[in-house]
Design a binder for this molecule. Structure first.
Ligand code: FA5
Length: 354
């Protein structure tokens, strides 16, 4: 026996296997070449003991390699043939694999809906910075230093290394506690009449609970003109809620206090869960409005003359209304979500429901 015989035999096996059409043909070839009794390769291996020591030294490893390579070739061919079989067996009537796709966060959806509604009412959408100066967040909004009303907004103050910021108190920086500073920024740059909304992220240094977060979103509204009145506000806001909740919904205006408006109002909508009755159909207590029949959704009022002055306007010539609503609060009402913290939990079981 020569080494070339071995190479030839491997060549032969390889050609035969490439031509094999099915598992049956493959099995016949396996018996022919690797069969225990009369397989071609087996027969060669069996000749080894009769060989001289010299011959055995070269032919032994060569035969081992042939056996190993041939076996590998058989298993590859088996895979190829069974794969081909699987391909032929595709069932075109089976339902396709569902590829999971992402979707918008419920807060993003509600914010976009709010934008659409106001855009349709001829409002413009503007934005402002999240890092704000004390001047825009407080002073210009008629909340002077050391005024007790500042306690209404627990503030994250920012440390800064700049000497200028440390010495001039009015220039101290903070994370805005509401979207109202954008009122001033916009009025400084634009002439009335106009109507805008300002969606944006705000921050408060307060303890979290089911209805309070440290980081949340507001949508500010501001309409300024020669004779903008509270009646205009009532119309705009009633129309807004009607479109948002897709039904006629009663609203209630209550006197309230915000330094930057006069008069100041709190706006409530009739509870969407119990329809303003405080009790559910089965007679049980409504937990959403705590049986009051009303849900508090925003602060509002007529722009204070001091605010117009701070923005460089003449308060005797102009009037305007402003409002600020909590986006999470609206989304919670719309989707009946019991806890604000769910929005920021990152829990996919929650997010996937929208
Ligand atoms: C303000 O922030 C005023 N800037 C609103 C305003 C604008 C009044 C213009 C008048 C004119 P207030 O602190 O009440 O007001 O917040 C407004 C809304 O933000 C609340 O009605 C509530 O829905 C939401 N909100 C307030 N604090 C939190 C909080 N910690 N977590 C989640 N939402 C909050």
């Amino acid at each position: 026996m020569k080494k070339t015989d071995i190479t030839q035999l491997y060549q032969e096996i390889s050609e035969q296997l490439s031509a094999a059409k099915d598992a049956q043909a493959l099995e016949a070839l396996r018996v022919r070449y690797l069969g225990r009794k009369d397989g071609e390769v087996t027969k060669l291996v069996k000749q080894l003991p009769q060989m001289s020591v010299e011959e055995r030294r070269t032919m032994g490893p060569a035969l081992n390699t042939l056996k190993r390579d041939a076996e590998a070739l058989f298993s590859e061919t088996l895979e190829r043939l069974s794969g081909a079989k699987k391909k032929r067996a595709i069932d075109v009537t089976m339902p396709g694999k569902k590829i999971p796709v992402g979707h918008l966060h419920p807060l993003t959806r509600v914010e976009r809906e709010i934008r659409e509604i106001f855009l349709a009412m001829n409002f413009s959408v503007v934005e402002g910075p999240e890092v704000e100066s004390e001047h825009y967040n407080f002073d210009a909004l008629n909340i002077p230093k050391d005024h007790p009303a500042r306690d209404m907004w627990d503030t994250f103050w920012l440390k800064t290394n700049s000497k200028e910021h440390q010495t001039k108190r009015a220039e101290r920086l903070l994370l805005r506690t509401h979207t109202s500073p954008v009122q001033i920024r916009y009025m400084e740059q634009h002439k009335p009449p106009f109507q805008i909304i300002v969606p944006g992220r705000v921050f408060r240094y307060e303890a979290t609970d089911a209805s309070h977060e440290v980081n949340f979103y507001q949508v500010e509204g501001l309409m300024v003109g020669k004779d903008v009145s509270l009646a205009n506000f009532k119309f705009v806001i009633t129309e807004f809620f009607k479109r948002l909740f897709k039904k006629d919904i009663a609203i209630r205006l209550r006197p309230s206090y915000f330094p930057f408006v006069e008069p100041g109002l709190e706006v409530d909508v009739a509870c969407v869960k119990c329809g303003g009755k405080g009790r559910l159909r089965d007679g049980g207590a409504c937990t959403l409005c705590k049986e009051s029949g009303w849900l508090e959704v925003m602060g509002a009022g007529m722009v204070h003359p001091h605010v117009f002055e701070a923005a460089g306007y003449n308060p005797r010539e102009l009037q305007g209304f402003a409002f600020g609503l909590g986006l999470e609060r609206i989304a919670m009402i719309k989707y009946n979500i019991p806890d604000i913290r769910l929005f920021y939990s990152g829990d996919l079981r929650f997010i996937k429901q929208f």
